[in-house]
Design a binder for this molecule. Structure first.
Ligand code: HEM
Length: 255
């Protein structure tokens, strides 16, 4: 039985590298294309309350909440043969980066609104954006408390893990949807009269949306496919049984 699952997981490893490779091409493309959209068509970047400060927002959000966040949730599949500890550290480091870059992106758009006396949080994009960001912070804090804080027991971690995985994916889907809403909104603000004429800026931004969706779909596929999961590692299993015995006083099961 165990042999069968390990051979299935070896076959899975072969195809996984193609999906992971494709995801990285799509992720980098989404960031570069957003960079070109804001850099070439919208006047570049600055930190001075003008439209150039706004331009920092889409770039940081696509880089942080989509590309790096997607990579952070894929690490347990991509590095499934590395030690759990190293992968956990990579997962946490990537989440730190996501948090840092997203904060810059959110601050940029809030400062731009304040400097130009534009009301805050009036659009569906802004509401979904705030929901995504608050969920991300909550997920981050709970993940820290349950998985890194030494006081949490194995039982508590086991109860929280499915919720962490589920909300992690919901949050990622919400981030992709929020980017689509933001992209349409920005196009309607900046090229209202020419959008329907297939101008290059409109076509480029539409393509950004498609690439972000494709990236989201490939990441979703990699993290939900059963045979891409981490195969059981005997030393980790032994350690966890030992830990269970110590913390809960239970005897290791005979299997
Ligand atoms: C997950 C990614 C994103 C999140 C969490 C997010 C979040 C937000 C938030 C919270 C606001 C409101 C700021 C305020 O009211 O002062 C906002 C505004 C805005 N964002 Fe995003 N954003 C994201 C991605 C994008 C992208 C990719 C674009 C594409 C250009 C974009 C375009 C805009 C625009 C045009 C506004 C100003 C209008 C408005 O308030 O709705 N956003 N964003």
């Amino acid at each position: 039985m165990e042999e069968e699952s390990s051979s299935r997981s070896c076959q899975g490893a072969g195809s996984m590298k193609w999906f992971v490779g494709a995801s990285q091409l799509l992720g980098v493309a989404s960031v570069v294309m957003t960079g070109i959209w804001m850099g070439h068509y919208r006047g570049g970047y600055a930190w001075d309350g003008t439209g150039q400060e706004f331009n920092v927002h889409p770039l940081c959000m696509v880089l942080g909440m989509v590309f790096l966040y997607g990579d952070a949730i894929m690490v347990y599949r991509v590095f499934r043969n590395e030690s759990k500890r190293s992968v956990k550290i990579l997962h946490v480091v990537l989440h730190f980066l996501v948090l840092f870059i997203s904060i810059i992106g959110i601050v940029a758009v809030f400062q731009f609104h304040t400097a130009n006396r534009i009301p805050h949080l009036y659009s569906l994009h802004a509401w979904c954006g705030m929901l995504t960001f608050v969920l991300f912070i909550t997920q981050w804090l709970l993940g820290f408390l349950f998985f890194l804080f030494p006081g949490a027991t194995g039982w508590l971690r086991g109860v929280y893990l499915p919720l962490h995985v589920f909300f992690g994916l919901v949050l990622f889907a919400l981030a992709v949807a929020t980017c689509l809403l933001g992209t349409v909104e920005k196009l309607l603000f900046s090229i209202t009269d020419t959008y329907s004429l297939f101008v290059p800026e409109g076509v480029l931004a539409n393509c950004v949306g498609l690439v972000v969706v494709a990236y989201g779909a490939v990441v979703g596929y990699v993290v939900t496919r059963d045979d891409y999961r981490r195969p059981p590692h005997p030393e980790e299993e032994a350690l966890s049984v030992h830990f269970k015995t110590l913390t809960e006083g239970g005897a290791p099961s005979p299997e």
